[in-house]
Design a protein. Structure first.
Length: 318
């Protein structure tokens, strides 16, 4: 009878073995029959870390204005298989950046990208880094603001900041009005109502433009002419009562503005002032028979030009 034996020559796997030093590796093969064979070989374990000098970082450096950044990392050494990165000032731990690194919506400030290379033997290089700083952008056009409107008490002035670039979208404007170089309390809008306290003053406006990611800019307008006195508004006065001897006439002064106008009265007969007749009422005596009676109402208010209005005349009868 013929017997055949089969020798198991399959080698055991060393994939899970960890070798930490160079030296001689010895392997023994044993079959089911107990036959064995031994082989030896010189092996070298790679314990050399990738060179940091071989790492390149392609991306921003120095001062930049973009809030998003991207980097490409590489090594001239062929056995480098991966990279790990950490952006100091943004990341709390390293991330894989073998295909590149990017970050967005960064705040203004300084950052450093740290990069390490890893080879096939899992050796890791020392850190290579690149620093940059995100600084505010600068407006390219910040025109001097202008003022429009009637420069008189009772009028309203309007500030126009002009067209700022790169874009007026998202820009916030803050206003501060001045009278003869002194800030006007509470005047922080784009409009200014000219009250009587501003009569005779020269007005200017300061405009500050600001936008996220930009350096704020402040511009000041030219000063206006001096604020002229305002014009009182009024309707014509009328005389109430019967114009006969012994009767009393009363003036109806009409409507005056603004509020607070101070009124005085002067009665006249045939265009001549009646002595002592400066009240709202006039009693008609015999000396006024046949005279044409009028009353003049004069309005005064701080910051406004004085204005007088005269009524239509009435003739005194018996």
């Amino acid at each position: 009878m013929l017997f055949r034996s089969r020798v198991d020559t399959a080698a055991s796997s060393l994939a899970d073995d960890v070798l930490s030093a160079s030296g001689t590796a010895t392997g023994t093969c044993v079959d089911r029959a107990g036959n064995s064979a031994t082989a030896t070989d010189e092996v070298r374990i790679d314990t050399t870390a990738p060179s940091a000098a071989a790492i390149t970082i392609d991306g921003p450096s120095g001062d930049i204005t973009d809030r998003s950044v991207s980097f490409v990392v590489a090594s001239s050494e062929s056995d480098v298989v991966a990279f790990r990165c950490r952006l100091v000032g943004h990341d709390t731990e390293e991330v894989d950046c073998s295909t590149g690194y990017s970050a967005s919506d960064l705040d203004l400030g300084s950052y450093t990208l740290q990069v390490r290379a890893i080879d096939r033997a899992d050796n890791t290089s020392t850190v290579v880094q690149r620093s940059f700083r995100i600084v505010p952008r600068v407006f390219t056009a910040t025109p001097q603001p202008t003022i429009s409107g009637r420069v008189r008490v009772g009028g309203t002035l309007v500030a126009d900041p002009g067209t700022w670039t790169p874009s007026t979208t998202g820009i916030t404007f803050a206003y501060r009005w001045f009278a003869d170089g002194t800030p006007i309390p509470g005047a922080t809008g784009d409009r200014l109502a000219l009250g009587p306290e501003l009569a005779g003053s020269r007005i200017s406006v300061q405009v500050q433009g600001s936008q996220d990611g930009f350096t704020p800019v402040t511009r000041v307008s030219e000063t206006t002419a001096r604020v002229a006195p305002g014009s009182l508004t009024s309707t014509r006065p009328t005389i109430a009562g019967t114009p006969r001897i012994g009767r009393t006439l009363t003036v109806r002064p009409g409507a005056w503005g603004p509020d607070g106008v101070r009124l005085t009265y002067r009665w006249s007969a045939d265009g001549r002032a009646i002595p002592g007749a400066t009240g709202r009422r006039l009693t008609l005596d015999a000396q006024l028979l046949g005279a044409r009676i009028t009353v003049t109402v004069t309005g005064r208010a701080d910051g406004y030009a004085t204005r007088s209005r005269t009524s239509a005349a009435v003739r005194v009868r018996r």
